[in-house]
Design a binder for this molecule. Sequence first.
Ligand SMILES: [Zn+2]
Length: 362
Amino acid sequence: MFKKNIFSLILLALAIILPGCSSTSARESVNDNKAVTAENQEVRSYPVPVKYSERPVTVLKTPENYKPAPPDKIVISDENIKVIIYAKEFAQGNAGYFEADREDGKISEIRKITYAGENIPFTCTEWGCRGFFAIHPEAKPGKTFFTLVYFDGTSEKKIEGSVNVRDVQYPVSKHLLDLGKFSDKEYTSKPEFKKLIEESAEARRLAFSIVSEDSITNSLSHPRDMHKVTGDYWKKRIYAAHKKKGKKKVKVKGHVSYHRGLDLKGDVGAPVYSMADGKIVIAMKMFYEGNMVAVDHGNQVFTYYMHMDSMAVKVGDTVKAGGLVGRVGATGTSTGPHLHVALSIRGVHVHPLSLLSLPVSR
Ligand SMILES: [Zn+2]
């Protein structure tokens, strides 16, 4: 059974009650918005600037046995602007999120935001601006700079702060991972699979190069209705490989790879949910990935779901956080039914569930 995070519900209730102190139009906007369930979350539009403290709170859908950890947080500010930076942990392999409070529109223009020297695309709403970034799983531990450049009406100003990125000891698999027929070089190089392997790679390449507008609202969801990790994120694995020599199966050098997502337990047919609002950019049976659905959340933030038994969406569909995208299965290179879920932020794979600790608003 799915249970709404109680804390989120309390916050949500407060958010509906508290805007009594805000301007009338903002209050009406909140009250008019009846679609406050995670399934049917509308992007609210405010006719007048809204105070940062009155921004919509996060609505989170999680299984009963999963509570996301509260995020690490740092604040950098000057007389005009306050930036709050969050991550589940300021450590390798986490999704990062920031909100810039423009003090009720006093600052007209944020011009550039960077983390670790890389530009972060951001979205501005009536209460301020926000954006997502990735702490690379192999990022150099230690002080990492976050900068924001804005125009105060007269001149360009810059504020800077730093995040202390912690080192993470990732698990290393002690066993060779044997993927059955997928570890057989002869099987995977069969000419009849060549087309599908190429088409799958091309579909991924095209989908993950899409740059679209940020569609994440203040709604997030765990991808399953129960939480049990069966394969850790960024675990180092060595894949077995073999070839046939005459009638004998001989081991050949396998390849090392890092697990770029998380494996979650599920029986065949169990539901798989989109972690945030977005648009379906892949819904395809692939060779290695099996039935795979990818959701574009904008600004090159993607979640994707692999090895599914069936898919409930098609390319071009829009999906809400917590919306069904498919059913757990064991298709592709899967040794048993499970969900492989991944979160990629501009090409960097971070721990997908680190997203759920972020207090996202819109
Ligand atoms: Zn996996």
